[in-house]
Ligand binder design. Structure first.
Ligand code: PLP
Length: 374
């Protein structure tokens, strides 16, 4: 079956054709970016060009960008590389942060999924040991944007260093890592129109960094291993386009808001998570009370519409979302939450089809529409 409406851009975004073309071109060439001959130097030039584009996307210096195999490696690396044994992370971080080390202390969030800055301050004050604080810029499930700059001020005042997972925010929000106060910031290519399997860590100049992968001098000795040149080139092209097209995000937000209004009209008992907070322009996490997310997902899939369940499905088991649970959502709300995420390929028609199919499902399955028992 051909999917006719792809509304799962937070899982992965279709690649930009220009990125595919650039990757195809570089893959026809030979050369190891570490070799000193002309073939190697040509590859090095490609990597450096991409490095400049990706650094520009997050307001970092090109020399302070370290390529990785994706957002997961980038996040895992930072939590080890900073050399801090005391780790504090917001309770809604992606698993690649939350589970990257033992003993990470969760900082609570409010009902909209925004970090509780007072609680963060208290956690930091509980010990003199210098910490690393990890606060994502935007959440992958709800799109909720965190007050990273404010959290960083509190963290720095307590002698902590700050990591910001900007994987979902990059390409959707303007990012300046210095203004955010981030010492480490992580991004991933496939969330912004580049290929899967490539990411990066942007570093504040001079910040501590102990490499996780050793055994080669690549990336200025900060990440050993022959560079994934094609992936990096695709990432660079996608980053350049994403930066240029940031102004188009306002139109996407208008579509998303209109979609949410339509869903609310169809099902007044439907709840949009994080709707009281600033959110990414493209993301909606909505519960249709009383209807399992897996049921909604499958019905929409049959209708040719791709979305995600708010509760992650792994190894055939659906487990409640730690993000929604941290926001205080009931088990029932968690179990019926759907994530709809728009992106650069989204058309007005995709949204109309989603609204129509979701409305149909709600009419047929929602307990609110069942006649009361006689
Ligand atoms: N961080 C966030 C917020 C994400 O949404 C994801 C992916 O879903 C990752 C990290 C991991 O990135 P990658 O898929 O490149 O490993």
């Amino acid at each position: 079956m051909t999917l006719r409406a792809y509304l799962d851009h937070n899982a992965t975004t279709p690649m930009r054709p220009q990125a595919i073309a650039a990757m195809g071109e570089v893959m026809r060439e030979v050369g190891n970016a570490s070799s000193v001959h002309a073939f190697g130097r040509a590859m090095r030039a490609q990597v450096d060009r991409a490095r400049t584009s990706i650094a520009a996307l997050v307001g970092a210096a090109a020399a302070d960008l370290v390529f990785t195999s994706g957002g997961t490696e980038a996040n895992n690396t930072v939590l080890q590389a900073a050399g801090r044994r005391r780790l504090i992370a917001s309770a809604v971080e992606h698993d690649s942060v939350r589970l990257a080390a033992d003993g990470i202390v969760p900082a609570p969030v409010n009902g909209d999924g925004v970090i509780d800055l007072g609680a963060l301050q208290r956690l930091l004050a509980a010990s003199d040991e210098p910490a690393l604080v990890s606060v994502m810029l935007a959440n992958n499930e709800t799109g909720v944007i965190q007050p990273v700059a404010a959290a960083a001020r509190i963290a720095h005042a307590a002698g902590a260093v700050v990591h910001c997972d900007a994987v979902q925010a990059a390409g959707k929000l303007e990012i300046d890592m210095a203004a955010l106060g981030a010492d480490y910031l992580t991004v991933s290519a496939h969330k912004l129109g580049g290929p899967q399997g490539v990411g990066a860590i942007a570093l504040r100049p001079g910040v501590a960094f102990a490499p996780m992968l050793r055994g080669g001098g690549q990336e200025r000795g900060r990440r050993a291993g022959t560079e994934n040149v094609a992936g990096i080139v695709g990432f660079g092209v996608a980053a350049k386009i994403a930066l240029r097209e940031l102004p188009r995000m306002a139109a996407l937000a208008a579509w998303r808001d209109k979609m949410e209004r339509s869903l609310a009209q169809l099902a007044p008992d439907a709840h949009v998570f994080g709707c009281g907070a600033a959110r990414l322009p493209n993301t909606t996490c909505v519960a249709m009370p009383g209807v399992a997310a897996t049921t909604q997902l499958m019905a929409l899939d049959l209708a040719g519409i791709a979305v995600s369940a708010g509760a992650a499905c792994s190894s055939g088991k659906v487990r409640p979302s730690h993000v929604l649970a941290a926001m205080g959502a009931s088990d029932a709300d968690c179990a019926s939450a759907l994530r709809i995420s728009l992106g650069w390929t989204t058309q007005a028609d995709d949204i109309e089809r989603l609204v129509a199919a979701w409305g149909d499902l709600n009419r047929r399955l929602s307990p609110a529409n069942r006649p009361a028992a006689a």
